[in-house]
Design a protein around this ligand. Structure first.
Ligand SMILES: CC(=O)/C=C/C=C(C)/C=C/C1=C(C)CCCC1(C)C
Ligand SMILES: CC(/C=C/C=O)=C\C=C\C=O
Ligand SMILES: [Fe+2]
Length: 566
């Protein structure tokens, strides 16, 4: 075994309330070097960037016992057959060294972090939807060809309140606290409108800001939480110091060493604010505003793309719905509504002036994730159009319902994953009113499944050739392959293991590389037999170069980031 256990810590783990004491409610806002976050830990940026890296040979937390693994949820006690990908994490945290099969490149030095909803129950109550789960962070620390791994729950207010009260206390993606719980907890009805009832469960992504802070995110602005990438400890809330207001934002900001760009949907006057935050600050400044051209509310902007000079604002006919937000029971499309009559649009805004340079009607579309975008040039170097690629669900909203846990957990061999493709928009910049949307490659290349994408970050906003994503080996009910997309050859190369559910393939470029695909692809695989492993593929050949088994199977996770070791 590559890991051992420390019995004293193992004992405290079986009682999560002992491991994680309740935070006081009157958190003090800390201001350090212009950074603002709340928390009782008192860790400042300087402390946590210097935090000790766990010794590669010293695991600190024991893996779950077979009993804990079995008794994860109330539902598990009745059916023991859930795929581990859709089974709650059995304990609050773990850390240890993994034994590596194959060879981890010596240049790979740093930490891969993956966030996702890993706990889908409170006491005997099981959540409804994949996106409802409380956030679980996973860490893979690479150094000298060795791998120290771990996971830890994010200590959001929503998670702590649920544990303390043994009930859901905030509004999650599809779960709503029972009125009595909620009113007892938050106190007043007005909180429904002020956003106080919304979750801060930061379960979607994790980003490293240009100043080194690592922030976990979800769709609610209050669900922006600073964590320590070494210990996975929750440092505190990331407080936006501006007065832009609003309750929600894109779950996928564009983050580089120089900036943080995001979209703030305006549900009152249907539109979006395009905002920018400088590293070292907590203040977002408005670049410009896009008014919606269709529909009663802005389209859902889970993500959006940028080119070198433009921010692209998608206006999808799957729109937020304020009434659904307040409903106690989930509607077929949760907090959204499908408005085909409202049409679909793509807007392009100049990053520096905030001017809208194109606003075109496009075919109807459904997407969670944009892959990348770039400016198309003619022979004279003039920019003629913007190309924007996304994982497009054939304009069909069924995928949202397919991600209900009951559907994910009840795979019976039937091929029920709706078709998806790489949707490529062309947004002309010559003033013409229409843009186009077509498949960038034949969808059968990747089994007509397509989501959870990444690119070489050095190609962000630039003409690019490769993307990595999850495709499908059918029959399946969820994307189950890792696929390398080559947009030049219009080919895909697929990795698949029977019954395995791999998470988003995340590309890390080799320092000094000159080829776009020179690097590794990291994924974490949940296996059919309840086990799981970290997987490394070569970014160029897409062949396996290393894998390392976890002492327990991990639940599925969503998005990751890379924190290089200087
Ligand atoms: C995990 C993922 O991809 C998406 C998660 C989406 C969430 C958590 C959405 C949450 C929302 C609320 C809690 C209330 C406001 C509406 C909405 C943004 C859908
Ligand atoms: C898991 C997922 C979206 C996650 C959002 O962050 C989409 C899966 C789509 C399947 O095809
Ligand atoms: Fe996402």
């Amino acid at each position: 075994m590559a890991f051992t256990t420390l019995p004293s810590i193992r004992n405290s783990i079986s009682c999560p309330t002992m491991l994680v004491p309740d935070m006081p409610h009157n958190n003090i806002s800390l201001r350090n070097k212009g950074f603002i976050y709340k928390g009782q830990h008192g860790i400042n940026l300087r402390d946590f960037t210097k935090a000790n890296v766990a010794s590669p040979s010293l695991p600190v937390i024991a893996p779950p016992t077979p009993e804990e693994r079995k008794e994860t949820t109330a539902d598990d006690r009745h059916h023991h057959h859930h795929h581990v990908a859709w089974t709650s994490i059995p304990q609050e945290r773990w850390e240890g060294e993994l034994q590596v099969q194959g060879k981890i490149p010596l240049w790979l030095k740093g930490t891969y972090l993956r966030n996702g909803p890993g706990m889908w129950h409170i006491e005997d109550y099981n959540f409804r939807h994949l996106f409802d789960g409380y956030a679980t962070l996973v860490r893979l620390g690479f150094q000298n060809g060795r791998l120290v791994a771990g996971h830890r729950q994010i200590e959001s207010e929503a998670y702590r309140a649920a544990k303390k009260n043994k009930k859901i206390c905030y509004r999650e993606f599809s779960e709503v606290p029972k009125a009595a719980n909620f009113l007892a907890y938050v106190g007043e009805l007005a909180s429904l409108f002020s956003g106080a009832s919304l979750t801060d469960n930061a379960n979607t992504g994790v980003v490293k800001l240009g100043d080194g802070r690592v922030v976990c995110l979800t769709e609610t602005q209050k669900g922006s939480i600073v964590i320590n990438p070494e210990t996975l400890e929750t440092v505190g809330k990331f407080e936006y110091s501006d007065s832009l207001g609003g309750l929600i934002h894109s779950a996928h900001p564009i983050v580089t060493d120089n900036e943080f760009l995001t979209l703030l949907p305006d549900l009152v006057r249907a539109g979006y604010l395009v905002v920018r935050m400088e590293p070292g600050t907590n203040e977002r400044r408005v670049i410009g505003r896009v008014n919606c051209r269709g529909g009663p509310a802005p389209g859902w902007v889970h993500s959006f793309p940028v080119t070198e000079h433009y921010v692209i604002v998608p206006e999808m006919p799957l729109r937020y719905c304020a009434q659904n937000l307040l409903k106690a029971e989930p509607t077929p499309l949760y907090k959204f509504e499908w408005h085909p009559e409202s049409k679909a649009f793509m807007h392009a805004m100049c990053k520096t002036s905030g001017k809208i340079v194109a606003s075109v009607e496009v075919p109807l579309f459904v997407t969670f994730h944009f892959i990348n975008a770039y400016e198309e040039q003619d022979e004279d170097g003039r920019v003629t159009a913007i190309i924007a690629d996304c994982c497009e669900h054939n304009s069909d909203t069924t995928i949202l319902d397919r991600l209900r846990l009951q559907n994910l957990r009840s795979f019976n061999g039937e091929d029920v994953l709706p078709d998806a493709r790489v949707g490529r928009f062309r947004i002309p910049l010559d003033g013409s009113p229409y843009g186009t949307l077509e498949a960038a490659l034949e969808p059968n290349e990747h089994g007509r499944g397509m989501d959870m994408c990444s690119i070489n970050p050095n190609y962000l906003g630039k003409k690019y050739r490769y993307a990595y994503a999850c495709g499908a080996q059918r029959p399946c009910n969820f994307p189950n392959t890792l696929t390398k997309l080559d947009f030049e050859l219009k080919k895909a190369k697929n990795w698949h293991e029977e019954g395995a559910v791999p998470s988003e393939p995340f590309f890390v470029a080799r320092p000094g590389a000159t080829e776009e695909d020179d690097g590794v692809v990291i994924s974490i695989v949940s296996e059919k037999n309840g086990e799981g492993y970290a997987l490394l593929l070569d970014g160029s050949t897409f062949e396996e170069i290393a894998r390392a088994k976890f002492p327990y199977g991990l639940p599925y996770g969503l998005h990751g980031c890379w924190v290089p070791k200087e």
